[in-house]
Structure formats: C-alpha cells, structure tokens
Write a protein that binds this ligand. Structure first.
Ligand SMILES: [Zn+2]
Length: 370
C-alpha cells in the first residue's frame, strides 16, 4: 500500500514538474501594446518600387529608388538623418542608404533589406535573360522597413534604442545555377562594403551595436520562415517565439526548416554583431516557387505576410527597448545569455519525467520479484 502511494506521488510530481516546465519555458512575454504596422501601406510601398522599374545596380531606376526612400523618410521626419554610402562593383556605381532614428541613444538596432532587383531571371525556364521584378526578392523587405520606420518613429521618445534602417544595393547579382545576375559579381556586395566602412557612420566611443535583423523575401504568399543557421541562434529563436506568441504559428512554425544562407547579415556577424535573417525556403518551395523568375511579381505578394513580418519586428522592439520594459528585463536582452529554447526545455522535461517513471517502475518490479 505504501509503495503504491509513493508511486502515485512520484508520477504526480513528474507530471506537475512537466507542466511547470512547459509553462515557464515561454520565456518571451510580449508586452501588451497595440501594434501599428499597417500591411496595406507596406503593400503600396512594394507597388511604388515596382512602378519605378527594375532596380538593377548602376541604373537610373536604381537611383530613383534610393531617391524614393529618401522622400519617404523625409515624410516621416523632414530632418531625418541619412547617409548615402557610395561604392563600386566592377566599375559600376552602387549605393547603400542608411537612415537613423534616435541617433542620440547609445544602443543601435540595425534593420536591413536589399533594394536591388536581380538583372537576370536565371531560374526562369522560359525567359532567363529577362530581369526579375523582385516584388518579394528585394521590394518586400524595403517596404516593411519604410512602414516600420513610420510606426516606430511615433514611439521614438519612449524607445531606449537608436534605430538604423539600411537599404543595401548589389545583394542579388551573384551566380546561381543559371548563371550571374551581373557578370562576375558576388552576392551581398553592398552589405560587405557597408560593414567595411561602418566606422564612418557611428562613434564607437559612445555608441554600440545591439543586433542586426535582416528581412529578405518576407512578403510572398504562404509565408513560412526558416531558421537560418548563420543567424545568432538566441536572436532568431526570440523572433520565432515572438511571432508565435502573436499567433503567427504558420509563418513561424514550431518545427521549421533549417538552412544556412549567405545573405546581408553575414558581414555583420563577422563584425561580431548579433544578427538574424528572416528568410524563406527559396530553393525548393512549392508554395512560393518564383525565386529568380519573372513571376516574382505583385501577383504573388500577400498583405498578411507583410503584416506578420512587420508586427513581429515591431513587437520585438517594444519587448526589448520600450522604456517601460526595462523593469521586466532588467536590461538583459534575451540573446545576451544562452537560454535553451522552449522546445529544448520541454524535451528535457519529457526525458527527465520518463527516466523518473522508469526508475519507479524498475523499483517496484524488483520488489515484486523479491
Ligand atoms: Zn535573390
């Protein structure tokens, strides 16, 4: 009889500890603040870029696109601080554009996207020589950046961070299975040049970089992010956790695909800045098979996807950098410490409960035998 009671107690304790573990493994609690990010505005920002034309590096359309960003940011704040970062690739003039909000704050969050569109649709079986419209691959990330800047600017006085919005040129002209976008160019030329010159854009004696978040192909139909593997794991885990808590469980799946992608965040990682790339499976994706084809156009853009991306980043900023939140986090950004993610904690809990159960079972089995 006593043995049975012990058994029941042990099983109950295992179950309770499992429930407690699952409960507390949700380390990210979104602050209860209403998101302002508007997906219709973001959609129109894509449309505007496509109306300009193909944003191929060195072209008039590329210049016009950079000018378009400056116009849009001046609408947000006529005195916005911005830099045009000029560089050359194979004697073609290229430029990144950087905008700053809250430039007097020490800690800098960089949010980036590339704005160039690919000169050749190298994965298009019919028209591989034509340019890629780049509605998703290029314009979507930039569109989200503009709308994010607009909504975060309204809260800037209660944010404890400085925000950089960076539009990279010359990301998408490298060589894939069909050939180069532009002959001899590598991927991510713009972000590499930017990071090479990053000391020109800030004062390392009293400013520092918190993290960098890259948005690439965030506006296509049936959005489903992968866990990109160069990304700082705790940072990308946190973004997934925030997205899931907002209810975006299809877009941030519990069991995502894993892959390493050379993208504009890699240069920042090499500079020891924690960085994450929000990107989709673009190599083998039945839900969005338009990568580097002429069908990467407005017809395959989803407003919902833009909303999911924008609101997740907006929430990330509020969770970590709203002055109110300092009490909750005590200044500890979740990626500063190496916390195991929720799934791992649940798994450990299940294994421990299993081992406990097994020990109890063996104990009683042997007692019976005696
Ligand atoms: Zn691309």
């Amino acid at each position: 009889m006593r043995g049975k009671i012990i058994l029941v107690i042990l099983i109950l304790t295992s179950l309770i500890s499992l429930v407690v573990i699952i409960f507390f493994s949700n380390q990210i609690r979104n602050l209860d603040i209403e998101s302002q990010f508007n997906e219709k505005n973001a959609y129109n920002n894509i449309k505007d870029q496509l109306n300009i034309g193909d944003r191929i590096p060195g072209t008039e359309e590329s210049n016009e696109t950079a000018f378009y960003f400056i116009q849009r940011f001046k609408e947000i704040d006529p005195n916005i601080i911005y830099f045009i970062h000029h560089f050359k690739v194979e004697s073609t003039n290229c430029k990144n554009v950087l905008f700053k909000i809250n430039e007097e704050k020490e800690s800098i969050i960089i949010i980036g996207a590339h704005y160039d569109s690919r000169a050749k649709a190298t994965k298009d079986s019919e028209k591989p020589k034509k340019p890629v419209p780049g509605a998703n691959d290029g314009a979507s990330g930039c569109a989200v950046l503009i709308e994010l800047a607009k909504v975060l600017y309204q809260e800037k006085d209660i944010l404890s961070c400085q925000l950089w919005f960076v539009f990279f040129d010359a990301e998408d002209q490298g060589k894939d299975e069909g050939g180069y976008g532009m002959e001899g160019w590598d991927w991510c030329e713009g972000s590499n040049e930017f990071v090479d010159d990053i000391d020109n854009f800030y004062d390392s004696s009293d400013e520092n970089f918190e993290c960098m978040i890259l948005l690439d192909m965030v506006g296509g139909d049936d959005l489903q992010f992968i866990k990109e593997q160069y990304s700082t794991s705790s940072l990308i885990d946190e973004l997934f956790e925030i997205g899931r808590q907002l209810g975006y469980t299809d877009e941030f799946p519990l069991f995502p695909q894993y892959s390493s992608v050379i993208d504009d965040h890699v240069a920042f990682l090499e500079e020891n800045i924690p960085s994450a790339d929000l990107i989709i499976n673009f190599w083998d994706n039945p839900n969005w098979p338009y990568h580097h084809t002429i069908d990467d156009d407005l017809d395959h853009i989803s407003k919902k996807s833009l909303k999911v991306t924008g609101r997740t980043i907006e929430q990330f900023i509020y969770n970590n950098y709203l002055d109110k939140s300092r009490k909750i986090y005590n200044g500890n950004k979740p990626w500063d410490i190496n916390l195991p993610n929720a799934e791992m904690i649940v798994l450990i809990g299940v294994i421990l409960a299993g081992i406990g159960g097994l020990i109890v079972f063996i104990y009683f089995y042997r007692r019976k035998e005696n």
